[in-house]
Each structure stands twice: as structure tokens, then as C-alpha cells.
Design a protein around this ligand. Structure first.
Ligand code: PGA
Ligand code: ZN
Length: 393
């Protein structure tokens, strides 16, 4: 049972304030921090200012949780919901909720002397996800760079996560070299991807070249993906790229064409977050060869995933615990997606801390990929944890 809870304001990777929670039981300890997004979906759970939310939580929420059993995650999360009293966690703040919820699970695992992935995944958790990492990016994560938010790579031929982590880092490094040769080398965006002032087409070409080089050197097949974050491009009439404007129909055709032209294995948020029908048209065209993944579309929300299942909008669901606020809700979203034959991808946010919990969640819950960048301290915190987990499996 919970003896003490500490909440504090800490730094995230963008230099913003975020919430960290610590939960102490007689024999357990758990610590977790909330990440934060820049291209957030409209229907995500709502964060509050960390300092204000923590002050409020100390007054009523925290005292009400003392004495609760960390091994009863469902009840703990239900208490967070009850105390919040809103549909979107705007009462206590989704950042406070997710930090507490994850810290609860970690305290329970620690009290049982189990790794978190083992506690949550049980005896049969036996596979780590492959890392899906962005190597070039722009959109809301970097100014004056590409229109498409993230150009991703996944080492589809890797023997496991560990090999995959190094392959992705090699691609990231090779992309740097090619950018340098072309006189286009730039700084990095929020997630550690290069953020050059190049067109989307040039980004695809540079990464194709980098993948060919790295695949040759390592004998590991690597494929490309994108997170278009299309809600950021949609103005109500057209998808506004730096060098083009596309109607809804143009956008569907453009995405299907990119899938074939670049052999994409993964396309996230190719269309506006309200347009389930357009998602369904694209999914119908390419689902035999590519994952069409909903991030802003689904926001890890069971109701929106249900609507996606009914409309055949996608064949993959992005999972971000802080979009929904609790581990229980995160689990329910994953279970629903997987029972409906959809893949799940566990994801970081653009604003992160060194918290590595998502590496455990992705392994415990059988996600096909973990999307958490390729380099950078707060990104490698997850990737290195994945290496440790794979050693234990
Ligand atoms: P965000 O971006 O964390 O800024 O929302 C990540 C994503 O869109 O997947
Ligand atoms: Zn996204």
C-alpha cells in the first residue's frame, strides 16, 4: 500500500516544465514523468501548468491516494478519474495523471521484485518491438525544414531491438554525411532528427541513399516510414505544403503514390484527424503493403479507435499514454486495437524526459514498433532500456 507520494516540477527536453511523480510503498518505489507534445491531437487529454496542477494535487488528490494498493492498477486509475471528474483530465491535469499512473505500476513491479515489462506482460512477454526512429524532420518540430513532420526508418530485417537500435543510429549518421556532401547540413529538431531546409522529395531521396548504404554494410533490411502529422497541414480546404497545396483527393492519391514510390512500411496521420473516411480510402488502397497508423486520429482513445474499426480507417494505432492519461486506458486501447487485428506502435512525445517506461510498455503489450527517435539523451534513454530488456528476455 502507498505510504508516500511526491510530485515535483522537472525539466523536459525542450526546456519546459513537466511533472514527475514518485510513489513509495512498504517495499516498493516507482518514479515516472509526463512527456508533452507539440503537434497534439485535438482530442487528447488536457495537461495543466505543472506548478499549479501539483499544488492542487497536494491538497486533495495525493492525500486520497495514500493507503491504496499499487498492485490494483485498475482501482488506482479509477480513483484518478474520479478525483478528476472531467472526461479529459482537465481537472487534475493529464500530466499529473499519467505520471502518477505509471509510477503506481512501477512501484508495484518493484515491490514484487519484477521488471516492469515482466509485471505487466507476464511470463509470455517474449518479444521486444523494433525501433522506429526519425532521421529527418520538420513540421511542428523544427522551423524552415520539411513539410512532412517525420521521416522515419525501421530496421525490418533486424534480428531484434538491439541490432535495430544500432542500425537506426547508423542511418541517422549516414544521413548527416549525405546532407554535408550536399551542403545542406542543419541542426536537429525536437526529436533529434536532422532539420534541413530541403523539400520532402529530397528527404526521401537522401534517406533512400542512406538506407542502401547501411543495408549494404550491415546486411539488415531497412525501410522507410513517415509521420505526416497532416492535421498541421490542413487549413479546412487544402493540405498546405511548403511547395504545394493538395485537396483531400489529391492528398489520398499522393500518400498512396509515396507508399509505392518509396516502399513505405509505415504512414502515420496522412490525413486530417476528423476525416475517418479519407483514412479508410487510403487504407483500402495500401493496407496489404503498408501500415496506416492513426495518432491524432485516435489519440489512444477507445471511443475513437472503435469508430476507426467501424469505418476501417486504419490498420495501426499509435499509443501514447499521456494522450489518454492512465495506464489502464492505455492498456484498453491496445487490447481493443489488437483484438481487432490492428497493429500497435508505442510512442514517445516530442517533449520528453529520460523516463524509459515506454520501452517496458511496448514489450509487455506486444507492440510491433516503438517510436522514440534515433539519437539524443532522452531518446536513447528508451532505446538503451530496450537493449537491457532484450537481454533479459
Ligand atoms: P508530438 O509529435 O509529440 O509533438 O505530438 C509526435 C507525433 O506527432 O507523433
Ligand atoms: Zn504523430
Amino acid at each position: 500500500t502507498i505510504e508516500q507520494i511526491t510530485l515535483r516540477t522537472i525539466l523536459d527536453s525542450r526546456g519546459n516544465e513537466t511533472v514527475e511523480a514518485e510513489i513509495y510503498t512498504e517495499s516498493g518505489f516507482g518514479r515516472a514523468a509526463a512527456p508533452s507534445g507539440a503537434s497534439t491531437g485535438t482530442y487528447e487529454a488536457k495537461v495543466r501548468s505543472p506548478r499549479e496542477a501539483i499544488e492542487d494535487a497536494k491538497r486533495t488528490l495525493i492525500p486520497s491516494l495514500i493507503g491504496e494498493d499499487t498492485r490494483d492498477q485498475i482501482t488506482f486509475d479509477a480513483l484518478l478519474r474520479e478525483s478528476d471528474g472531467t472526461p479529459d483530465f482537465s481537472g487534475i491535469g493529464a500530466n499529473v495523471a499519467v505520471a502518477l499512473s505509471l509510477a503506481c505500476a512501477k512501484a508495484a513491479a518493484s515491490s514484487l521484485n519484477l521488471e516492469l515489462f515482466r509485471y505487466l506482460g507476464g511470463a509470455f512477454a517474449s518479444e521486444t518491438p523494433l525501433p522506429l526512429g526519425n532521421v529527418i524532420g520538420g513540421g511542428a518540430h523544427a522551423p524552415n525544414a520539411t513539410s512532412i513532420q517525420e521521416f522515419l526508418v525501421v530496421p525490418t530485417g533486424a534480428s531484434g531491438a538491439t541490432e535495430g537500435v544500432f542500425v537506426n543510429a547508423a542511418v541517422h549518421k549516414t544521413v548527416k554525411k549525405i546532407l554535408q556532401e550536399r551542403g545542406k547540413l542543419s541542426g536537429k529538431g525536437d526529436e533529434g532528427a536532422w532539420a534541413p531546409a530541403i523539400s520532402d522529395v529530397e528527404a526521401f531521396e537522401i534517406i533512400s541513399e542512406a538506407i542502401a548504404t547501411v543495408s549494404d554494410e550491415t546486411n539488415v533490411e531497412v525501410r522507410m516510414g513517415v509521420d505526416v502529422a497532416a492535421s498541421e497541414l490542413w487549413d479546412g480546404e487544402r493540405y498546405r505544403y511548403r511547395d504545394a497545396a493538395r485537396t483531400r483527393e489529391d492528398q489520398i492519391a499522393y500518400m498512396a503514390d509515396l507508399v509505392d514510390r518509396y516502399n513505405l512500411v509505415y504512414v502515420e496521420d496522412p490525413l486530417f484527424e476528423e476525416d475517418f473516411e479519407a483514412f479508410a480510402e487510403l487504407t483500402d488502397q495500401v493496407s496489404d503493403r503498408c501500415l496506416i497508423c492513426g495518432d491524432d486520429l485516435f489519440v489512444t482513445n477507445v471511443e475513437r479507435i472503435t469508430r476507426g474499426i467501424e469505418t476501417c480507417a486504419a490498420n495501426c494505432v499509435l499509443i501514447k499514454p499521456n494522450q489518454i492519461g492512465t495506464l489502464t486506458d492505455t492498456f484498453e486501447a491496445i487490447r481493443l486495437a489488437q483484438e481487432s487485428g490492428m497493429e500497435t506502435v508505442m510512442s514517445h512525445r516530442s517533449g520528453e524526459t529520460t523516463d524509459a517506461t515506454i520501452a517496458h510498455l511496448a514489450t509487455a503489450f506486444g507492440c510491433i514498433f516503438i517510436k522514440t527517435g534515433a539519437v539524443g539523451g532522452e531518446r536513447i534513454a528508451k532505446l538503451n532500456e530496450l537493449i537491457r530488456i532484450e537481454e533479459l528476455i
